[in-house]
Design a protein around this ligand. Structure first.
Ligand SMILES: NC(=O)c1ccc[n+]([C@@H]2O[C@H](COP(=O)([O-])OP(=O)(O)OC[C@H]3O[C@@H](n4cnc5c(N)ncnc54)[C@H](OP(=O)(O)O)[C@@H]3O)[C@@H](O)[C@H]2O)c1
Length: 297
């Protein structure tokens, strides 16, 4: 494994992390604790130290699996990133809850689910600018940092061209940007990454496999189960993404190299990217993703 400094947080994150939206049950598979334990144990064995989760991957469900795991392992071995701003009702249904008081309640619910007394990185979860620009929210969060419940604040921007929230990071003491970045979508290179560089923000590249479309296992025309979030994507957009991915596989991925590994290493070629956080469904995917670090200079 290789490690990079997460901007001015000074946390040393593995270049490959583990995304855990999947544990919430919206990717065509329900998880149990043994499966989650096996995924995280494999991650640790491979040198991974970063987990990304959220309040609304199930109703704190993904966090609860992780918390149960952490309660039986060493908490300090892991950098745990979670998020605030949504209330999960049922599969694929959430509402926004970004008010300062509600966020405090969510923080306590996340700490309880994660069975910990601190969160390493607490991220604003892809909310609109109107709620981001609420000084009261950031003042309340800062108090939680002072109290030791949160080590660092971050922002997971919804649009990957959201310069407003990225540029405002230093003002609100948000030290990390999480953003969609992958070989099919290079938008952040234009405006968001230069702003991160100027402010020395850490960068977590999310959806680095383009929802699995850059894994090489799906061909144009692939269908997804109704319980899989990918079933809900615009069919024409999926078809075009899979066609583009197929061209990339033929023209850019070296012979004999697994495409998912290649796609993760591709993101890490950009020096501003601290870590990629591919969503993982089993230990084999974790091990393969971790080995992408071998392809990074
Ligand atoms: N707004 C936000 O803050 C936000 C939004 C989205 C995601 N995220 C975070 O970012 C993480 C990553 O994004 P994502 O999960 O949406 O997309 P992703 O990482 O691009 O794709 C994940 C999918 O790729 C496939 N995959 C993973 N490793 C593989 C391997 N080695 N070989 C083959 N296939 C592999 C798996 O799907 P199959 O096996 O089913 O193909 C997996 O479900 C999430 O888990 C979440 O933590 C945050």
């Amino acid at each position: 494994m290789k490690y990079r400094r997460l901007g001015k947080t000074e946390l040393n994150v593995s270049v490959i992390g583990i995304g855990t939206w999947q544990f919430g049950g919206e990717w065509g598979q329900q998880f149990n604790q043994d499966e989650v334990d096996a995924i995280l144990d494999k991650g640790q064995e491979c040198g991974i130290n970063l987990i990304d989760t959220a309040e609304c991957y199930g109703d704190h469900l993904s966090e609860s699996f992780i918390g149960d795991y952490l309660s039986r392992r060493k908490r300090e071995d892991w950098i745990v990133a979670t998020k605030f701003g949504h209330h999960f009702h049922e599969r694929f249904t959430r509402t926004d809850v970004f008010g300062a008081e509600e966020v405090l309640k969510q923080l306590d619910a996340s700490l309880k689910a994660l069975k910990t007394d601190y969160i390493d990185l607490y991220q604003f979860h892809s909310g609109p600018d109107e709620v981001f620009d609420n000084d009261k929210l950031w003042t309340v969060l800062d108090k939680q940092v002072q109290a030791g419940k949160i080590r660092h604040l971050g922002t997971s921007i919804g649009s990957n061209d959201n310069l407003h929230q990225t540029d405002a990071s230093s003002q609100v003491n948000s030290q990390v940007i999480q953003v969609v970045y992958n070989r099919l979508d290079r938008t952040p290179e234009n405006r968001v990454f230069p702003s991160c560089e100027r402010q020395d923000l850490g960068v977590l590249a999310r959806v680095p496999l383009a929802s699995g479309f850059l894994s090489g296992k799906y061909k144009p025309g692939a269908q997804f189960d109704v319980t899989d979030v990918r079933h809900r994507k615009d069919a024409e957009l999926v078809r075009r993404s899979l066609e583009e991915a197929e061209q990339i596989r033929k023209n850019e991925v070296p012979e004999g190299v697994d495409m998912a590994r290649w796609a993760l290493a591709w993101c890490l070629k950009h020096p501003v990217v601290s870590s990629v956080i591919p969503g993982c469904k089993n230990p084999a995917q974790v091990a393969s993703n971790a080995s992408a670090a071998d392809l990074v200079d």
